[in-house]
Design a protein around this ligand. Sequence first.
Ligand code: ZN
Length: 84
Amino acid sequence: MQKFCQSCSMPLDNAGIMGTEKDGTPSQEYCIYCYQNGAFVAPDMTLPEMTTIVKREMEKRNIDAGTISMAVSSLPHRKRWKAQ
Ligand SMILES: [Zn+2]
């Protein structure tokens, strides 16, 4: 089963994209852009801010609109945002 970052919905499809825990082991839940050394890179980020960033970054990569809207609509279901 494919894993996705539980913060930004990026596919965690290779070891280089995995975030890191405090002890340096790879995170099984978050990507390197969201989570490093056991903490969120931007701890104060809100879901609307993340939505804007994800959309902008995907548009920059010329990802099709359907894929972008799927990624964006999956964000509220990710672990980081579920509690809010
Ligand atoms: Zn992420």
